[in-house]
Design a protein around this ligand. Structure first.
Ligand code: NAD
Ligand code: TDX
Length: 363
């Protein structure tokens, strides 16, 4: 049985991954180490928390003693590392936590894996064949594109926000551990995700929840910045594919082939909500709520991914079009208004407080 340590499994992508992995890998045991920051919501995994193959551990990836203990207790042979501070705007307001979690946290995990997997951690002795360290990263490490071109795995790094700089730094550490110690690493650099359990500080869930409540819809700058959107389930499938078939030491770009200007995304959500739940109470369309607001400092203009490497080497393709994915996403939010309300009013932390008391440090 494989013993997988997932970090950040109570966040948006991590929780979608944990659910998929338990379904797809019947022979695995899965330990979820999550600090439950504001972005970690254990309710995201309420439906699987009693699965005997699953263990939740409340803790910080920067705590070397805790991470080392987990490696030993659970004989971890695989890491899927999601835990991070993930919101660009927060990284502009308060970068310190991004440096700590994203860089020092990744370093702590690499060190724990080095000590656990290498018979002599100072040398390059072969690591057991079945071990893997999969680092989940972002396309933002490559910087910003103009109107043309795509990010390839060979594109030089040029991060431009504290968030992307911290992720770039962690990518370099992962690469260094492969080259220096022979650590069996895999790195994925993915475009913008969307789908169920997305925290409503990010564009798509923020617009859906504000538009439902009749609040204004803030669009930064001229609204013409472009992002490539990937449905979260497609991302999670890609991670499993890379884990199972990826070449050790390689990086893989993942994208949805769905480039959209932000304003296009916002108007699409408004139109779909008008169709699904009716216009605003005063009869106006939801697009009337759009407000162009001050731009994000250093706002990257365009991201676009060339995902041909993973397509050609591992046969992975995104299956969900943006049109289908955005409908599914809106339907999920409409079907989970309690989840949205609890996150918006902060009461999701109550569930969390109870959980911390019960399970502190995996107790
Ligand atoms: P998220 O913010 O929704 O979740 C992050 C999770 O990590 C939370 O559960 C949080 O509690 C946990 N966490 C934070 N600091 C921790 C610490 N010190 N110790 C333990 N747990 C900690 O993030 P997400 O959007 O699900 O992103 C997951 C990963 O994927 C990140 O590494 C991010 O950089 C990467 N990524 C995200 C996107 C995207 O569009 N969301 C795209 C590409 C890559
Ligand atoms: O209120 C808003 N108005 C707005 O116009 C917000 C929150 C965002 N935006 C714009 C900024 C971006 O151009 O929408 C675009 C998407 O913004 P975010 O949802 O904050 O995502 P982004 O900054 O692109 O980063 C996301 O994708 C890459 C994730 O948050 C990262 O973790 C991931 O690495």
């Amino acid at each position: 049985m494989k013993s997988i340590l997932v970090t950040g499994g109570c966040g948006f992508i991590g929780s979608n991954f944990v659910r998929l992995a338990l379904r797809r890998l019947p022979e695995c045991r899965l330990v979820n180490l999550d600090q439950l920051t504001y972005a970690g919501n254990p309710r995201n995994l309420a439906d699987i928390e009693d699965d005997p193959r699953y263990r939740f551990v409340h803790g910080d990836i920067c705590e070397a003693e805790l991470v080392g203990r987990l490696f030993a207790e659970e004989t971890i042979d695989t890491i899927v590392h999601f835990a991070a501070e993930s919101h660009v705007d927060r990284s502009i307001d308060a970068p310190a936590e991004f440096i700590r979690t994203n860089i020092l946290g990744t370093f702590t995990l690499l060190e724990a894996a080095r000590k656990a997997w290498l018979a002599n951690p100072g040398s390059q002795l072969p690591v057991p064949e079945n071990c893997r360290f999969l680092h989940v990263s972002t396309d933002e490490v490559y910087g910003s594109l103009g109107n043309t071109g795509f990010f390839r795995e060979t594109t030089p790094y040029h991060p431009r926000s504290p968030y992307s700089a911290s992720k770039a730094s962690s990518d370099h550490l992962v690469s260094a551990y492969h080259h220096t110690y022979g650590m069996p690493t895999l790195t994925t650099n993915c475009s913008n995700n969307y789908g169920p359990y997305h925290f409503p500080e990010k564009l798509i869930p923020l617009i859906i929840s504000n538009a439902l409540e009749g609040k204004t819809l803030p669009v930064y700058g001229d609204g013409k910045n472009v992002r490539d959107w990937l449905y979260v389930e497609d991302h999670c499938q890609a991670i499993l594919r890379v884990l199972e078939q990826g070449r050790v030491g390689e990086t893989y770009n993942l994208g949805g082939n769905n480039e959209k200007q932000n304003i296009e995304v916002v108007t699409t959500i408004c139109d779909l909500l008008d169709q699904k739940v009716g216009r605003l109470p005063d009869g106006h369309p939801r697009t009337d709520l759009i407000r162009f607001v001050q731009d994000r400092p250093g706002h990257d203009r365009r991201y676009a991914i060339d995902a041909s490497k993973i397509r050609e080497e591992l046969g992975w393709l995104p299956l969900v079009t943006f049109e289908e994915g955005i409908r599914r996403t809106i339907d999920w939010y409409l079907g989970n208004l309690e989840w949205v309300a609890a996150v918006r009013d902060g009461s999701y932390r109550d569930y969390y407080e109870g959980m911390c008391a019960d399970r502190l440090n995996g107790g």
